[in-house]
Ligand binder design. Sequence first.
Ligand SMILES: Cc1ncc(C[n+]2csc(CCOP(=O)(O)OP(=O)(O)O)c2C)c(N)n1
Ligand code: SF4
Ligand SMILES: [Mg+2]
Length: 279
Amino acid sequence: MMSEAESHPLAKYLRKGAQPHTHCSGCGNGIVAQSFLRAVDQVGIPMKGVVCVAGIGCSGWIPSPFFDVDTLHVTHGRPIAFATGVKLANPELEVVVFTGDGDCSAIGGNHLIHAARRNIGVKVICVNNMIYGMTGGEVAPTTPRGIKTTTTPFGNLERPFDLSKLVVAAGGTYVARWTTYHVARLVATMKKVLTRRGFSFLEVISQCPVHYGRRIGITDPVEMIRWFQKQSVTIEKAREMSEQELSGKFVIGEFVDIEVPELTQLYAEQFEAASRESN
Ligand SMILES: Cc1ncc(C[n+]2csc(CCOP(=O)(O)OP(=O)(O)O)c2C)c(N)n1
Ligand code: SF4
Ligand SMILES: [Mg+2]
């Protein structure tokens, strides 16, 4: 007889025998993982045509080794660089990066902005838990001011990055932000991201109850998700709010969604034109 786990409708996407996983109970990474597999299932995209690229950090363990799909689990900060190589070599593959806020905006910040600028058809799912989770709760470029972390015991003095705004400014052609409360939106956005051509950036505000939650006094993951719900404001509503009113809020929605020629497509066209000229 099949176990409850084996008979789960998404179990077919998981590698057999790759459990147990490494995430703490209540971590938002589970919500991101399930949302992604639901999106894959609903789009009906064959896993053979998908390559996942994971950075180093708790979020890197979302696809690796659990998804039954070709996966590169690469060095810290470099998943977008590896994904760029995979996409250039095999433009027909759907290349999906799972990265953390530290992975893609501290050590990997340059790869993020240049991939956005180039509009290479790589899909980036960034789990923003506002901290370095895996290494013990150090300050990240996304940690709000005043928060006490392992490396800012008296409170963070630095201004945080707004990741979605950063990618918009770098030329991103699709940028959206939701939280782990907005599961239906996450699935819908992942479906969209899986079927569009250009560079896509989905920021997921997610709970790390162990390191971030503990430091803001919310250790219960459900309470953290309710806090995301309470603190979220749509882009439309945010337009009417002052900077002061927006302090501590999560602005959610689609920031940009435009079609611009994708880089590997441009390369193919250039190659064809150059081949014609030389013949
Ligand atoms: C070159 C290099 N520098 C630093 C580290 C240590 N390190 C591993 S994961 C990490 C940060 C993880 O934070 P984030 O990317 O936000 O992922 P999370 O664990 O929060 O999901 C750091 C600094 C490393 N593995 N390699
Ligand atoms: S340390 Fe935080 S981010 Fe990492 S698995 Fe645990 S709850 Fe999740
Ligand atoms: Mg993090």
